[in-house]
Design a protein around this ligand. Sequence first.
Ligand code: HEC
Ligand code: HEC
Ligand code: HEC
Ligand code: HEC
Ligand code: HEC
Length: 332
Amino acid sequence: MTPTKIERRTLIAGTIVGLAIVVVGLTVAIAAAQERISVISTAVVPVATSTVTVPSTPSTAAMNATSSASTTVTVSGKGTYALDFTLPTYGKAGCLVCHGDKNLVVAQGDLTVSYWIDEEAYSHSAHSTITCTGCHTDYGYVAPHTLSAGQDWRAIAKQSCKNCHPQEYADWNSGAHAIRPVGVGQPDPKAASKPLCGDCHGSHFMPVLKDNPAGQAEVHQQAQQMCGQPGCHPDYWANYNDYYHGAAYKLGAPDAPACWTCHGTHNVLISTDRTAPTNAENLGNTNSCGTPGCHQGAGPAIATYVPLIHGRDKITESNPIVQFFSSIFNRK
Ligand code: HEC
Ligand code: HEC
Ligand code: HEC
Ligand code: HEC
Ligand code: HEC
């Protein structure tokens, strides 16, 4: 019996699908093999300590000190603030006398910068119980806000965290994001592009995570802000696009992995590091793809899927069979 037109189409399509599977499989296998080769040739990154110095939390006496200087700041027609700190500036209340005022905006060139801290939002954050000078260790006892030349108050506030969260600091400091001198007297040339605690976490409104599913969910969806921000990994945010992980994540699936679910949170290591959970040799492990609840028991064979996580678009675009399909069906 001669096959009908429809049956013939099904047969041809079936053959093409079969071929496509073989080619995709081969591409994936080759990519996986290349991955392993690069793993073998890479040296272990030496661990050194950070050179960044953060003042320790000042003593209560220092924080309660008042200044005799009398300077005033007039804020773009909104009012005049006496910056002589006759109030003790220890605690939140002292700082919020001024920073609790919505009108505290400062003109910087053409821009208006708000220095208002929303006390209500702050009181619901993870740091509701700590004082402003807990992070702003260089404030309070320096009154008025006279910063010495080159004093980088932002960088100080963004890493003062280490005084209270030593474990996270130790983890960050042993990962790829740590700032390490490359030699004696040679600072890390990449220091400026590496994230300090505050670059990922923000400043005043970090949600409580412990025993707080809403806060955990909020942070879970922040991969683009944290990892994909300009100057960091916008490319890997864009190519995190496979159907099972990235595409689902971007649609807001609560169980789809965020970047740090696979890469680790603070001790982030490049995948060529033999101890990284993303290293080809470790993928089957229980701290990697084999995590209970993910692909428990998957074993090393899971490696064949990995190139698709960040490479789906590239693999499908460069695949001749897929291109052929696209030209027939006019879709990717
Ligand atoms: C008397 C009012 C007043 C008090 C009290 C006050 N500030 Fe300020 N603060 C200002 C004003 C005005 C500015 C903006 C002008 C400036 O930079 O000096 C400012 C700016 C800042 C900035 C940004 C600095 C910059 O250079 O852009 C930080 C951080 C800050 N304050 C933290 C604090 C902390 C922490 C406290 C409590 C220890 C505090 N302030 C207490 C009025 C005050
Ligand atoms: C958990 C650490 C932390 C605490 C606690 C904290 N700050 Fe900040 N603050 C920061 C960081 C980090 C920045 C720099 C933000 C940036 O550059 O993006 C900042 C920036 C600021 C600024 C500049 C304007 C802005 O919003 O960027 C002001 C003013 C300020 N803080 C005041 C305060 C006051 C007042 C308190 C207490 C009510 C306080 N901060 C508590 C970490 C903190
Ligand atoms: C590259 C981004 C990034 C940097 C840099 C970073 N963190 Fe985190 N941190 C995260 C993420 C994401 C989470 C949430 C992890 C989760 O939900 O499982 C987190 C969680 C935390 C927690 C909650 C408890 C925990 O460990 O999960 C603390 C505390 C914390 N970070 C402190 C710090 C400190 C201190 C630093 C600087 C030494 C820092 N972080 C640097 C991304 C970062
Ligand atoms: C003066 C001490 C102090 C400083 C400085 C500090 N924290 Fe905290 N942080 C705390 C306390 C206390 C808590 C709430 C108690 C706890 O850990 O469960 C907390 C909670 C957190 C949480 C939520 C943890 C959870 O499980 O709910 C994160 C995230 C966090 N801090 C990050 C930071 C970052 C990032 C910085 C620096 C920008 C910073 N902290 C600076 C004391 C501090
Ligand atoms: C499902 C697990 C998984 C998730 C989620 C994931 N990655 Fe990856 N990522 C990997 C693996 C495995 C590699 C190494 C193989 C490769 O390059 O494809 C990798 C490689 C990378 C690299 C190259 C450096 C290296 O370690 O080889 C960067 C940068 C990166 N990922 C960033 C991100 C960012 C940013 C996100 C979130 C938008 C993300 N990843 C989400 C598994 C993941």
